[in-house]
Design a protein around this ligand. Structure first.
Ligand code: NAP
Length: 343
């Protein structure tokens, strides 16, 4: 067992970490961190538990630490706001900690990879160039995490020339307390701060290559991001123009049969099927499909030929599992399985 700490453990993503790491076969949570106002309080007495199920027994009585306390484990999962994450993740990784971060603060650094292990596991090598005793590995912004998996399946077989994507993102993506109820109830907000830029940059970085430096994938991508009155589960409509001529059936086959190393290794958090296809015309839906593959599968449906592009499809996935804590834990499991998490 490897002992781990969670930074930002009281937030929405932090709570998912606590939940998903309970009874984990490789990782044991020994320390939880939040802001200094909670220092010394038991997790159960201070956390505003906002996700389904109960607080795991193993976490209830852990006394919260603050960021001025020593981090007692080599492996650290970070669910901090990006402005707080920047300095502490840098400091910890320089001291020798292995930081798995959900924050955006280091995602665009020259040698920090943004990893989805089904898509770009070879990018882990970038950490060797970081000039730190430990490393920082990030997972993508939630809207990117689910998109890149079907794009990878299509790009590998047919190439991609351009992508247009419109997102409908869940409220939990904004953390807690997040968007005020009076702004989002019965409503849609057609703007999420910096989200469109993040989605475009990150998608191209993840689907690109690493050869001494990151070389972004050379397709065009445009996005429009919306916050919608859904609790959990992001939905996105993507229009994709492939390089090769391809039929809709070939696209469906590529998506349905997509599998990768996390599945081959049978990793604890890896879904059996990274992509689940739905043939019903009214699927996927976040309420029905966000928990597919224990929240780690991307459900794709409504696949149609496009006159202006090649194909259009709708995808749904769980933003705080595949799009955050689950993705981060899968990264750590992958490194552990490949013998690269030496604690
Ligand atoms: P959140 O609900 O606002 O939680 C933030 C956490 O950080 C809380 O535990 C909070 O502790 C802690 N924190 C805040 N200020 C701090 C400080 N000065 N010192 C120490 N701890 C501090 O946010 P979230 O949605 O969980 O997001 C966490 C990170 O993941 C963000 O960088 C976000 O962009 C990223 N992310 C989120 C999602 C998602 O779907 N929500 C998806 C992908 C990535 P207190 O409770 O004590 O204030």
């Amino acid at each position: 067992m490897i002992d781990v700490s969670i930074l930002g453990a009281t937030g929405i993503v932090g709570q998912r970490f606590v939940q998903l790491l309970n009874n984990h076969p490789q990782f044991r949570v020994v320390a939880l961190f939040a802001s200094s106002k909670r220092k010394g309080e038991k997790y159960k007495d201070t956390v505003n538990w906002r996700i389904e199920g109960d607080i795991p027994e193993s976490a209830k009585n852990i006394k919260l630490k603050a960021l001025d306390d020593e981090v007692p484990t080599r492996v650290v999962f970070s669910a901090l706001p990006s402005q707080i994450a920047f300095d502490i993740e840098d400091k910890l990784s320089k001291k020798g900690h292995f930081v798995f971060s959900n924050a955006s603060s280091h995602r665009y650094d020259a040698f920090v990879p943004i990893i989805v292990p089904e898509v770009n596991p070879t990018h882990f090598v970038a950490t060797k160039y970081q000039n730190r005793k430990g490393f920082i590995i990030t997972n993508p912004n939630c809207s990117t995490a689910g998109l890149v998996i079907p794009l990878k399946a299509i790009k590998d077989q047919f190439g991609i020339e351009k992508v247009l994507v419109v997102t409908m993102q869940a409220i939990s993506g904004a953390g807690f307390p997040g968007v005020p109820a009076l702004s989002i109830y019965d409503n849609l907000i057609p703007h999420i701060e910096k989200e469109e830029e993040k989605l475009q940059l990150e998608t191209r970085k993840i689907l690109g290559n690493f050869a001494d430096k990151f070389i972004s994938a050379n397709f065009d991508i445009e996005s429009r991001c919306n916050r919608v009155a859904v609790r959990d589960g992001h939905t996105e409509v993507a229009f994709i123009k492939t390089k090769e001529k391809v039929t809709i059936q070939q696209i469906k086959d590529a998506l349905a049969h997509f599998t990768a190393l996390p599945q081959k290794y049978n990793l604890h958090t890896a879904p059996k099927n990274p992509i689940i296809l739905k043939e019903e015309v009214n699927r996927p839906q976040p309420l029905l499909d966000r928990n597919n593959g224990k929240g780690m599968s991307v459900t794709v449906g409504n696949i149609k030929q496009s006159k202006m592009f090649t194909v259009t499809l709708t995808l749904t996935f769980h933003n705080t599992i595949r799009g955050a804590a689950g993705g981060s834990i899968l990264n750590a499991e992958f490194l552990y399985r490949e013998g690269n998490l030496n604690v």
